[in-house]
Ligand binder design. Structure first.
Ligand code: BTN
Length: 276
């Protein structure tokens, strides 16, 4: 059993970096907590919140993120996107995927891939999810803080996931057969996010080429679900992924309308997460 070793993270990083690192054994959601502190001005850029377990872990599009204690990484980082356009901020999740992928590669020697837009996968199963949320301060003096939330399945066994997720998720332990010290992986993720803070959004070429190289779904068949603006009904379209556009959008060749670049929403990918 590996416990978080606060000293190990702090020893290695706090001396050289500005932000603080707060640990909780149990919290509703590290993103919710850090966003509240950011809104009231009590948190500063580079601050990190880490929890051993979350009771209300959140994912994109209103989904929940299962966060069992002693197993995964649940952390949030306060990022400044000052001087960035909203278009650039909308790409931040993709840039983060590149950073977290590298942290996992360097700590655990496993090559995970990126499932557009915010998941890291191994094979066709999810290993990590990333949720970025804007937070506006009450006094509006820094309207462009972003909370970056990261959840990684580290030491989970298959039995630690609800049955309905067994075909969808995996963990670093499932992949490598080994348990890892979560504090070391957290420390590496923080190091990569500090670098991202320095790089964003100037260093586009580096992040875009790494995103493209490691995109898991090029050539795959995808299903895009949308709600019709005419009658409010759900409809779906299928197509083949052709690539990643310069603004990290998904270029899809749709069966009905041909090439289109998707920049928001969710796509289901055949063969991933149990989709047939
Ligand atoms: C997703 O899979 O759509 C994103 C999942 C993000 C989960 C992390 S865990 C830490 C942080 N706190 C949350 O409530 N969510 C993020």
């Amino acid at each position: 059993m590996f416990e978080y070793n606060r000293e190990r993270i702090i020893e290695k990083f706090l001396k050289d970096r500005q932000g603080s690192i707060a640990f909780f054994s149990c919290i509703d959601s590290t993103n919710t907590y850090l966003r509240t502190l950011s809104v009231t001005g009590e948190a500063k850029v580079g601050d990190v919140v880490i929890a051993d377990t979350q009771t209300e872990g959140r994912g994109r599009l209103g989904k929940s993120f299962v966060s069992p204690g002693g197993k995964g990484i649940y952390m949030s980082y306060l990022f400044s996107a000052e001087n960035c356009s909203f278009q650039e901020i909308s790409e931040l999740t993709a840039w983060c995927a590149v950073s977290v992928r590298e942290a996992i590669l360097e700590c655990c020697q496993i090559e995970v891939k990126i499932k557009w837009v915010n998941d890291l996968v191994y094979g066709r199963k999810k290993l990590c999810g990333i949720l970025t949320e804007m937070s506006t301060m009450q006094n509006n003096c820094n309207p462009k803080n972003v909370i970056i939330g990261i959840g990684v399945n580290v030491n989970n066994s298959s039995a630690d996931f609800p049955e309905e997720l067994s075909e969808i998720v995996t963990s670093i332990k499932n992949i490598t057969g080994k348990e890892f010290d979560r504090s070391l992986i957290c420390a590496k993720i923080i190091e990569k996010l500090d670098k991202l803070q320095r790089d964003f959004s100037e260093n586009r070429t580096e992040y875009l080429s790494k995103y493209r190289e490691n995109c898991a779904i090029i050539g795959e068949k995808v299903i895009l679900e949308r709600v019709s603006q005419k009658n409010g009904e759900k409809y779906s379209r299928t197509g083949i992924v052709k690539g990643i556009s310069n603004n990290f959008g998904l270029v899809v060749d749709f069966e009905d309308t041909g090439l289109e670049t998707i920049t928001d929403g969710d796509v289901s990918v055949k063969g991933f997460y149990g989709v047939e």
